[in-house]
Design a protein. Structure first.
Length: 435
């Protein structure tokens, strides 16, 4: 079965390559990785002058096959991303410094909100991770400076906290927002404060590798009011498109994380990284134990994560089986509606013969709701929330010309945690095109 599937997609990839002419080899933008290649050499010429421009399109279409509240229907959502990376050393003489600017445009609907659990405003672990902020938005505008033989990296400007903290390259094998880009439990405060793409916030971050490169230490401070709500959960905010240059008025976010690396640069042993981290927020947030909009000050969460390669098919190869595990704990249950989170998964690169870049993923996650949240729900006559869990299985086919096609199956256990909504089975696909 593996051989037949591998042969089928090898033939499909060969057909695409035969139809679309190959462009120049040795390019920074090879035809195998970018739909438009190197633009006849012009794109490489621009790159040689210190400008790197990338455009990508991602869509996630998911269909509720059974369960939930409105099955036999689905939704489509997409993100168009434009990334501009400038080499400031080449352009203006700022040594070892880059400027990153990202734009996002999102459209579409959420199958979680419309079909899985509309009576609860959607299930908590939303099915499509690129849904959210359905508008055009300016995300990163950040400078990075590398020092100490690249062991110290400084980032400053409009940063995305989730780009650095509580992150793994394995998470975004998955489509559900409980995995990609970080476990969703850290984003459930109101107002939203710990930023994730395409929302950014003013901040500064330092990342330091010890001389042995076995340890990494990271710390950051961010503006605590990226949406300019001033600590009022009911305010609509004044930064819908991310273009305001104002600092907010709701405290600050302080984040720390330390990493221990095993076999970090080895080409034959099994690499792994183990992290512990957390954040403290000094602003005002909705008191979820109450039925009114009263707020309480301060919030904190901690986490433990691990990534470990379990099988390497051969020395020097990235093919093989990797595992990840994540635990997140709330230290302020009056603010965080989910006080405990667990996630784990396996990702195999090169499972099918002759398809070394394809990846296959299987993961499960569960989150338990705060007792403080259920105090308010009881007063409102609503069902208490216990836990929600997700099982996801998918396979990413890495095709020619920067195209990825990823069939996906998700099973949502106890959507929204009330016990009143049937478990939901969803099928769909994610498509990514790098231009």
């Amino acid at each position: 079965m593996q051989y037949k599937l591998g042969s089928l997609f090898n033939r499909a990839a060969a057909t695409v390559l035969a139809i679309l002419p190959a462009l120049a080899t040795g390019s920074e933008y090879p035809a195998g990785q970018y739909l438009t290649g190197d633009w006849g050499g012009r794109r490489d010429a621009v790159h040689d002058h210190g400008v790197d421009l990338k455009l990508n399109y991602t869509t996630e279409s998911m269909y509720l096959a059974s369960g939930g509240e409105d099955d036999d229907d689905g939704t489509y959502t997409h993100n168009i991303g434009l990334d501009l990376l400038l080499d400031m050393d080449h352009l203006v003489g700022f040594a070892d410094t880059t400027l990153l600017v990202k734009f996002s445009h999102r459209e579409g609907d959420s199958v979680s909100e419309e079909n899985v659990a509309p009576s609860e405003g959607g299930n908590t672990f939303t099915v499509q991770e690129i849904y959210g902020g359905q508008t055009h938005k300016l995300a990163n505008v950040q400078l990075n400076t590398a020092l100490l033989d690249q062991r110290l990296d400084l980032a400053y400007g409009r940063l995305v906290a989730n780009d650095d903290f509580l992150r793994s390259p394995l998470y975004c094998q998955f489509v559900n927002n409980s995995f990609c880009g970080s476990p969703k439990a850290v984003f459930l405060q109101d107002p939203f404060t710990f930023s994730a793409y395409p929302t950014a916030q003013w901040g500064a971050r330092a990342r330091y590798d010890t001389p042995s490169r076995n340890w990494t230490f990271m710390g950051a401070i961010y503006d605590g009011d990226p949406e300019l709500k001033g600590g009022d959960p009911d305010d609509n905010g004044d930064n819908k498109h991310g273009t305001s240059l104002e600092f907010g008025d709701n405290g600050a976010v302080f984040a720390l994380e330390s990493h221990y690396h095993r076999n970090r640069f080895s080409t034959d042993k099994l690499p792994g990284v183990y992290k512990v981290g957390g954040y403290y927020m000094s602003g005002d947030f909705r008191d979820i134990s109450r039925t009114d909009s009263r707020t309480t000050d301060g919030n904190a969460m901690v986490w433990l994560t691990a990534d470990q390669m379990l099988i390497r098919e051969r020395a020097g190869s990235s093919e093989g089986l990797s595992w990840f595990g994540t635990l997140v704990f709330s230290l302020e249950d009056q603010v965080n509606s989910m006080d405990e989170y667990f996630g784990t998964g396996l990702v195999y690169q090169g499972l099918f013969p002759n398809r070394p870049d394809d990846t296959t993923g299987l993961a499960i996650t569960a989150g338990w709701y705060s007792d403080e949240l259920n105090k308010a729900r009881k007063l409102q006559g609503k069902a208490e929330q216990d836990y929600e869990a997700v099982i996801e299985l998918n396979h990413k086919f890495v095709l020619a010309r920067g195209i990825e096609f990823q069939p996906d199956i998700q099973y949502i256990i106890d959507p929204a945690g009330t016990g009143d909504i049937d478990d939901a089975l969803l099928i769909g696909a994610k498509v990514v095109v790098q231009f």
